[in-house]
Design a protein around this ligand. Structure first.
Ligand SMILES: *Cc1c(COP(=O)(O)O)cnc(C)c1O
Length: 392
């Protein structure tokens, strides 16, 4: 929910109440309400039911996969995908250093070791050349690489045309972390269709939300069945409770699946909205020296979040300066992910770096990008940026 701030409570007029504009708040309304209430009234108030089944079919279709399993989070999906691929202590898993911590945490849950690889400066996506070098080094060091987890950074698909052949040559399975990328395409292939399996997130800030939730998709029915089994406490198919494996409680609620189905019906409209925000930012900064948008212009990106990258030497100002100004005007911004190799929790982790991710962390700024942002709010953001630029 948007947080309301009274800029001048004493005057109290409606005009004086300015809503804080958030980066990517949930975009829900009457359709979500009606789906949720019908699911509630159906009696299927459990992590099983017709909404879960239908949501799985619909997401599988949207991602071009034959099978899907609905889960309580994207993180759970990454964890189960790694377990189903046989990841175990002593293994390594290659993760981009520029990502949300969930990608790396899923590796740690399995007892394997994450190896962090740097990104391409244009997109923030996993650098295929560094990946190739890393896999080569790991092979020569005799390490077993359980998987590579490329991330579709801010909704632009990673460079799978290069990543997939490199991983295939090394005999390493790929799990696409498509948490941010539902609705994106690379060429004609949808996000979620790359690698052995892919994982989506429906967290509150993502492109569609179930308030919290995720989905694993794959064409490998055995892998999907294994994940489904592990997600429901690894219960054996007998009348009493019989367990031969350690399972997890990772299934998605039927109520939340209903919410997700309503959101999915609105997905194309929400993508249009996010793309129009990005186009507006592109125009605003087009003639500003030293400023570019993160991304290489791939028109298939879903524009989940739009970030600028500022070269202070050429622009004469820093990303942090604009962040401070916008914050003072009630407009939320955020730096691009702090790279995993700089996180205290991963101190000492093996990393293969070019400096690109650190540069994006310092010079990047993510701007309000949500599909719920109204035209008036977008005008406020544009005006605030316009004023800031005019003063430089
Ligand atoms: C959001 C996100 C996740 C985790 O998804 P949850 O549903 O929040 O667990 C994983 N990876 C990336 C890149 C994300 O942005």
């Amino acid at each position: 929910m948007a947080v309301r701030e009274r800029e001048n409570a004493s005057r109290g007029s409606v005009e004086q109440i300015a809503e804080r504009i958030l980066l990517s708040p949930p975009d829900v309304g009457p359709l979500e309400e009606s789906y949720l209430i019908s699911a509630l009234r159906s009696g299927w108030v459990a992590p099983v039911g017709p909404e879960v089944d239908a949501f799985e079919r619909e997401i599988a279709a949207r991602t071009g996969r034959s099978h899907a399993v609905a889960l309580s989070s994207g993180t759970a999906g990454l964890h189960l995908a790694l377990l189903a691929l046989g990841t175990r202590p002593g293994d390594v898993v290659v993760v981009p250093t520029l990502t949300f911590v969930a990608t790396a945490n899923a590796v740690v849950y399995t007892g394997a070791e994450p190896i962090f690889v740097d990104c391409q400066p244009e997109t923030g996506n996993l650098d295929p050349d560094l990946l190739e070098r890393t896999l080569d080094e790991l092979r020569r060091a005799g390490r077993r690489v359980a998987a590579v987890l490329p991330v579709d950074m801010f909704g632009q698909c990673a460079e799978y045309d290069r990543i997939l052949p490199i991983c295939a040559a090394a005999g390493v399975p790929v799990v696409e972390d498509a948490a941010e990328a539902l609705g994106a395409v690379r060429g004609t292939a949808p996000a979620g269709s790359f690698g052995h399996a892919a994982v989506l997130s429906f967290n509150g800030n993502k492109i569609i939300t179930t308030s919290g939730g995720g989905m694993l998709v794959s064409d490998d029915v055995e892998l999907v069945d294994r994940c489904r089994y592990l997600s429901t406490q690894a219960r054996q198919p007998v009348p009493h409770y019989e367990h031969t494996d350690t399972g997890y409680n990772y299934r998605l609620s039927n109520l939340l699946a209903a919410l997700g189905r309503a959101q999915l019906r609105r997905l194309d409209g929400m993508l249009t909205r996010r793309r129009s925000h990005r186009e507006r930012y592109a125009k605003l900064f087009a003639a500003v020296p030293g400023v570019r948008l993160l991304g290489d212009g791939d028109t298939g990106a879903n524009c989940w979040l739009t970030s600028i990258v500022v070269d202070p030497a050429r622009a004469g100002w820093r990303a942090a300066d604009l962040a401070a100004r916008l914050n003072s005007l009630g407009i939320e911004t955020r730096p691009i992910w702090k790279p995993m190799h700089l996180q205290p929790v991963f101190a000492g982790a093996h990393s293969v770096l070019s400096g690109a991710a650190e540069q994006l962390f310092v010079d990047g700024l993510t701007l309000p990008s949500g599909s719920a942002m109204t035209d008036r709010q977008a005008d406020r953001v544009a005006a605030a940026i316009g004023h800031f630029l005019a003063e430089q």
